[in-house]
Write a protein that binds this ligand. Structure first.
Ligand code: SF4
Ligand code: SF4
Ligand code: SF4
Length: 229
């Protein structure tokens, strides 16, 4: 108690793997909220975390780096809450499902700006109408990311882009012909046969229509010739 998030993450925890950039820390479990770079010096205690839109909750903490999409993170927690809801009261039983549907729309690139207002209004209504703590705190990850990562929501809705490269419907894989060494490893590993080329002669290319965005090719290429955008 009283230790700052910065000390927890960078001293006690040893920092972020592969020197990735810190993006947020989610405290308190699935019903908690996230704190960002500006809040790294917040001390870990009940009042301070609540003052920053999160909580002690289960006492857990999950650190997100630049490779995490904060909209996807909030959707992930909402899926968990939907699974956990006992169904006794309608605000939680139905409301969280509607929240999940909206979040899915946004990560699929089909969200609208009106969806952001709906998320906010529905979240507040579930908060006051749910019977127990699970429902009352269910929308916290959405409210927290809406307020602290509003630009990331806008990017998904307006530009149809997921800059972290997580939301599958919003990304595509490509091979840089100048870097490709025509080794064919990616084509042999692709589970759906989406990559073609001629060994030693022709740079390999990805057929976007066939690609299921599994990322296997990118992870396996020894020459960093494959990128996603
Ligand atoms: S708020 Fe509590 S009682 Fe109501 S459906 Fe959710 S888990 Fe059940
Ligand atoms: S694994 Fe990399 S270098 Fe080899 S063919 Fe595929 S993209 Fe080109
Ligand atoms: S991302 Fe997966 S499915 Fe798409 S081209 Fe690469 S290996 Fe094939």
């Amino acid at each position: 108690m009283g230790t700052t998030l910065r000390t927890l993450i960078f001293d006690i925890g040893g920092g972020i793997q592969n020197d990735k950039k810190f993006q947020a820390i989610q405290t308190g479990g699935p019903s908690g909220g996230c704190l960002t770079t500006d809040e790294l010096d917040v001390p870990i205690d009940y009042d301070s975390l609540i003052a920053h839109g999160s909580m002690m909750g289960s006492g857990g903490a999950i650190v997100m780096d630049e490779d995490n999409c904060m909209v996807d993170v909030a959707k992930f927690y909402m899926q968990f809450i939907c699974d956990e809801s006992c169904g006794k009261c309608s605000q939680c039983r139905i409301g969280t499902k509607r929240l999940l549907e909206i979040m899915t729309r946004i990560t699929d690139g089909k969200g609208t700006m009106e969806d952001l207002d709906k998320l906010e209004a529905l979240s507040q209504s579930i908060k006051v109408g749910a019977l127990c703590g699970l429902g009352q705190t269910a929308a916290n990850p959405i409210l927290s990311t809406l307020s602290k990562f509003h630009d990331v929501y806008i990017r998904h809705i307006v530009d149809k882009k997921c800059d972290a490269g997580v939301c599958k419907k919003l990304i595509s894989y490509h091979i840089d012909p100048n870097k490709c060494r025509k080794c064919s490893l990616c084509a042999r590993n692709c589970p759906v046969g989406a990559i073609t080329g001629v060994v030693g002669k022709e740079a390999f290319v990805i057929d976007e229509k066939k690609c299921i965005k599994c990322g296997t090719c990118m992870a396996g290429c020894h020459f960093n010739a494959i990128y996603k955008e």
